[in-house]
Design a protein around this ligand. Structure first.
Ligand code: SAH
Length: 461
């Protein structure tokens, strides 16, 4: 989400102000800091960075410094009080006003603060999307109306607002024309999408997925993030008949304990989460699931943690994200008594992360010897003579092949497995694929075998 907002800021500055990006802060005329306040650590980093930028401003008084994103949204003018060097404070919903704000600072020299939530105006004012490689993010909705007790998002990004469906489709079509093959539909809860249609109707997320998948050139559709309470059957049904939709879902659960889920105000129990996964696996047997977990939520007992570990066993998650709970000012959970020590929380986090890593590694090993279809994104990071692509489950594969394949799909045989990537050998390029439209030809079979070394029992749907 933040990456997407940052890239839009860069596009805006280029299109309306002629600024280009630089890697060297010392030569910049404008420095913009896009911030995140989801956990305390992220928030503290902001002021450290501003401390470093202050030195640049001392040398160059014309330098304009802006702070955007969720910390700006939450702290507003407090930022200026703590860091005098800041000229512009803007929120996630006002980033499109940056060009005007820069003009205002240049004219008046006074700090400009705009952290309002002007509904969907942002998207109407952003320049046309520019493709940067074969994959692209497309924001479909903003904000969150779930008010989970731990989470700051509804307060910093506002409530859920969906973009009109025609705008989303046009943006994807424009990207497809520029060679984009894979889109990642973005939003805090994409499955809460209810986009207005041109004839005053409402388009659901399931319908949107089908529309996007039908756009010429788009062969892979992903989405982040979805919420369990709106993961309805009509979305699951799309997995049955829409091969463009990848066999991978990131569905945050946060905890496997019903007691903690209730305290978090997630709106569902562990069994309902498992029911979604069971139905997803029925619709798409090879689907992989990843998730987010919060460890050490106030009052999390040993039994609550054991329930989370049990859910991890039952679902057999692929690589996931996990965090120690961080009390966020203004959220209801921040007032709950918290009697679990930090040492205990760290220990629980380590246990959970080790288990998830084992499971992800097992899935990677199951790919050994199989042919996987990957979208080639560019040269490999470590060895620019090689290429790098991603599997449907977002694993990076490095392999040797002609650079002409960049931007298209290739089949590779997986020959080695590492902690963060796979190694493949080239099998065929897109020109040699007979099933152009299908991303799941019969030779791409995941070998489900029991991994005795890890003692992991295979999950059977
Ligand atoms: N909309 C998604 C969450 C997006 S925020 C959902 O409702 O599931 C990304 C992740 O940050 C969350 O899934 C959660 O695991 C983590 N997170 C959010 N607030 C947090 C907090 N106060 N402390 C620790 N982790 C938090």
């Amino acid at each position: 989400m933040n990456e997407y907002d940052s890239s839009k800021m860069a596009d805006l500055m280029d299109e309306y102000k002629g600024y280009t990006l630089t890697d060297d802060a010392a030569e910049a005329d404008v420095l913009l800091l896009n911030t995140c306040s989801i956990r305390e650590k992220a928030q503290e980093k902001v002021f450290h960075q501003l401390g470093r930028w202050k030195k640049l401003k001392d040398k160059n008084p014309n330098l304009i410094i802006g702070v955007g994103g969720c910390v700006a949204s939450q702290e507003g003018k407090m930022i200026k009080e703590r860091a005098q060097c800041v000229d512009i404070i803007f929120g996630p919903q006002t980033l499109h006003r940056l060009p005007e704000m820069i003009d205002q600072v240049k004219q008046g020299g006074k700090a400009v603060i705009d952290i309002s939530f002007p509904e969907i105006e942002k998207f109407d004012r952003l320049p046309e999307p520019r493709a940067d490689g074969p994959t692209a993010f497309v924001s479909i909705m903003e904000g969150c109306s779930k008010y989970c007790s731990f989470c700051v998002v509804p307060y910093t990004r506002g409530e859920e607002v969906s973009r009109p469906v025609d705008d989303v489709i046009l943006e994807v079509a424009q990207l497809a024309e520029q060679g984009v093959r894979e889109v990642n539909l973005l939003g805090q809860n994409v499955n809460a999408f209810r986009g207005a249609t041109h004839d005053d109707d409402i388009c659901t997320f399931a319908e949107l997925l089908r529309y996007i998948a039908a756009i010429d050139g788009i062969d892979r559709v992903r989405f982040t993030t979805s919420h369990p309470i709106e993961f309805s059957q009509d979305i699951i049904d799309v997995y049955e008949d829409t091969p463009e939709l990848v066999s991978f879902v990131h569905l945050p659960v946060q905890s496997g304990s019903d007691h903690i889920l209730t305290q978090m105000k997630r709106g569902h129990m562990a069994i309902e989460y498992k029911s979604i996964i069971r139905r997803l696996r029925k619709a798409r047997p090879d689907i992989q699931i990843s998730s987010d977990f919060i460890i050490g939520f106030p009052g999390e007992s040993k039994q609550d943690f054991a329930d989370t570990m049990k859910l991890i066993e039952d679902v057999a998650f692929d690589h996931s994200f996990s965090f120690i709970y961080s009390a966020r000012p203004g959220t209801p959970a921040a007032d709950l008594p918290d009697d679990v020590t930090l040492a205990e929380k760290k220990e629980r986090l380590a246990i959970l992360q080790e288990r998830i890593t084992q499971q992800a590694m097992r899935y990677s090993r199951q790919m050994l010897g199989t042919v996987q279809r990957i979208l080639v994104e560019g040269p490999s990071v470590k060895n620019p003579m090689e290429l790098r692509g991603r599997t449907e489950t977002s694993r990076v594969v490095n392999f040797s092949a002609d650079p002409k394949h960049i931007g298209s799909f290739v089949d590779v045989e997986i020959v080695d497995v590492y902690a963060n990537s796979l190694r493949g050998t080239f099998v065929r390029g897109e020109d040699e694929m007979d099933l152009r439209r299908s991303l799941r030809p019969s030779d791409i079979v995941l070998q489900h075998k029991k991994d005795d070394e890890l003692g992991v029992t295979q999950y059977t749907p």
